[in-house]
Ligand binder design. Sequence first.
Ligand SMILES: Nc1nc2c(c(=O)[nH]1)N[C@H]1C(S)=C(S)[C@@H](COP(=O)(O)OP(=O)(O)OC[C@H]3O[C@@H](n4cnc5c(=O)[nH]c(N)nc54)[C@H](O)[C@@H]3O)O[C@H]1N2
Ligand SMILES: Nc1nc2c(c(=O)[nH]1)N[C@H]1C(S)=C(S)[C@@H](COP(=O)(O)OP(=O)(O)OC[C@H]3O[C@@H](n4cnc5c(=O)[nH]c(N)nc54)[C@H](O)[C@@H]3O)O[C@H]1N2
Ligand SMILES: [Mo]
Length: 787
Amino acid sequence: MLARGAPAVHHESARAVARRPHNRGMDRNPPRQDIDESQLDVSEPKRWAAGIPGVAVSLRRGVEQMGVARTATTLRLLNQREGFDCPGCAWPEPQGHRKLAEFCENGAKAVAEEATRRRVGPDFFAAHPIAELADKTDYWLGQQGRITEPVVLREGSTHYEPIEWHEAFALVASHLNGLASPDEAVFYTSGRTSNEAAFLYQLLVRSFGTNNLPDCSNMCHESSGAALSETTGIGKGSVSIDDFARADLIVVVGQNPGTNHPRMLSALEEAKRGGAKIVAVNPLPEAGLLRFKNPQNARGLVGAGTKLADEFLQIRLGGDQALFQAAGNLLLSWDAADTGFVEGFTEGFAEYAEHVRRLDWDSVDAATGLPRAQVELFARMLADSERTIFCWAMGLTQHKHSVPTIREIANVALLRGMIGKPGAGLCPVRGHSNVQGDRTMGIWEKMPEKFLSALETEFGIDVPREHGFDTVASIRAMRDGAARVFFAVGGNFVAATPDTAVTEAAMRKLDLTVQVSTKLNRSHVVHGRTALILPTLGRTESDLQHTGEQFVTVEDSMSVVHRSRGRLVPASDRLLSEVSIVCRLARAVLGPAHPVPWEEFEKDYDLVRERIARVVPGCDDYNARVRLPDGFVLPHAPRDAREFTGTRSGKAHFTANDLTVLRVPAGRLLLQTMRSHDQYNTTIYGLDDRYRGVKDGRRVVFVSPEDLDALDLLDGQHVDLVSEWPDDPTGVTERRAERFRVVSYPTAKGCAAAYFPEANSLVPLDSTATVSGTPTSKSIVVRLEKV
Ligand SMILES: Nc1nc2c(c(=O)[nH]1)N[C@H]1C(S)=C(S)[C@@H](COP(=O)(O)OP(=O)(O)OC[C@H]3O[C@@H](n4cnc5c(=O)[nH]c(N)nc54)[C@H](O)[C@@H]3O)O[C@H]1N2
Ligand SMILES: Nc1nc2c(c(=O)[nH]1)N[C@H]1C(S)=C(S)[C@@H](COP(=O)(O)OP(=O)(O)OC[C@H]3O[C@@H](n4cnc5c(=O)[nH]c(N)nc54)[C@H](O)[C@@H]3O)O[C@H]1N2
Ligand SMILES: [Mo]
């Protein structure tokens, strides 16, 4: 039995799992069959997260992909100081003492995916023509294993075939240098890239001459960054992990931590033990928000677990702006403002107060769908709290009015003086494990002047000033012929982006597509006229260079920068690290006379970090500080000193925002696209959305029983989902995704849900959030057509 602090993974238990008949011999055999939706099985949703099934699933997935011994060693190094950072989510590691098993079920799955023993080598590509691979799902593609050597798909060819690394770099260089302008190339980044690789990558792209650096953040927390930089002067969260234990109220809005940030449940549980109250605001009663059985202690395994949410606000999709305006209105009417803070540290209060006092309560009712008494109770909890933390994720960032919504949370936090004191603050919970670090290192299509001029001074180069394309603008440019080359460090661009049909057609028009990847995905089989796959090391693997084994650094969701060092033998001896790939490509593209010492950087990552220290704000003495046991925390003026140095006035800004009420035409529903418990974005680990009771299939649409009645539909029927957007500038106002099984589910009335990426084809490319440009993946008007 697992006691607190005991290793959750040891040989005995892993062996016990491996002995079960269905796990025998799984090691190297990927599934031959793709998803068969006719096997779909639906049962009652769960009321609690983790517990024994969580531990069992971690071990089973580990053993399937890695075998017993490798599972034990790998999981033991996960999130330890001398090990590697979990390639799963960006939730921070605890400071000081770390438990021996500092990971969660879904972190274990992420590692198993990467450390798998399955391989995709030249035989695989010879056996499977691209036309066949293009019919497979991301699930099947990902399950085939790690890519072992660079491959090329030459123009007109039917198969990928091996290519030497130097030839691959020369091919990319000849395409890039043959462009009419550097702006005809697009350089995407997903959020797993290390700080060192990200810093060098943006340096290469800007030296080449463009700011076309879209990243996954454009589809993720861009709205948070935009709203927070306007209001607090810094686009990052203002809490540390230790604040959770000190808070008396934690509000979790638009986030499903039980699946996407499972280690956050431990922090919530600890806060709860310390007397904190938790409010969950969500259209879905997510299991992890309701009750948690902590797999790291005996009580969590055998007992009833901890009840987490004290209050569950089952809000309508997109209703959060109204909820927080209403809270602001009530707090003001109760004189519950922290006047010392408001007067000392903010501006714009009078205008804000005037605006929310005029609030139209009918709009609040319509937008939130919540009983007024519950809105009042929520405001009362805010008024009574001395230390509130506001957490949110994709449920807030992927709507048309996401930026005003997050500004509204900032308003309430400012009103109550919840920034820059222990146990309180704003906490956008980031997705990819290093998405925040990549931004810090310059992966952004519109980095500020200060950063760009620091690059120029440090390296003696010229870099462009004109803003580049973000993700949606990149797709438009590809579609319209303004971009000809696409290069991606990680990610799965065609599957993660909106409007699948449009994006895939845009991708197919390109001259060259290049993917730096660990595993196969849809973006390798929907490609430009020439395509390259450049296989790279994962987080778990050791990175041996000229001066010895290297480590890299990453930044978590709470601005802690620390080391990550892979220990496993790489999946193949033909892999290059992302740093090597960037440095060698830079030499090929920019020529040997380029002033940046690319060759030296590849040999010794300390040399890269010396430059990071001189260019990136807050990174002074980087090499020494990342070597401290827990790394170091980047400065954050509002959090550290209640200073708002990043805004124009030096004060925090209240904002007055017009209220958006999403009105849905009769007979239609508002659809959100979200993650199942068994996937990492477009990487589908398995087919078991355990907490929601959906198994062995993914084409489901969750609809409330009342809506099913009203629409004359039954649980178990099949429907096409048809999205409707009359405002589409391209004139295509309808999009269809075929054959989804209707699941009767306790979601908020008028709101439906389906999985990402199956439903991405329904999200119009041009339907984006104001200011941030993020696709509106969480509010799409759909009708359900019986098939
Ligand atoms: N295991 C695993 N971990 C992951 C990921 C993964 O795919 N798998 N992805 C990573 C990434 S990149 C990210 S960004 C995060 C994503 O983490 P989440 O944001 O938790 O991911 P989603 O599945 O999109 O869930 C959105 C949640 O918000 C709710 N929601 C949707 N719309 C609204 C709304 O209008 N208002 C409110 N109040 N709630 C709403 C949904 O019901 C759901 O609970 O997780 C990261 N961690
Ligand atoms: N409809 C809808 N669309 C969405 C979302 C949604 O909620 N709804 N969420 C959005 C969000 S929040 C995000 S962050 C994006 C995610 O968009 P992406 O980051 O582009 O997608 P991922 O699925 O995370 O990328 C998976 C691929 O990354 C590669 N990979 C994995 N590890 C490594 C590594 O260490 N190095 C390299 N080079 N490659 C690696 C593998 O080949 C794998 O196939 O999707 C967005 N799209
Ligand atoms: Mo994300």
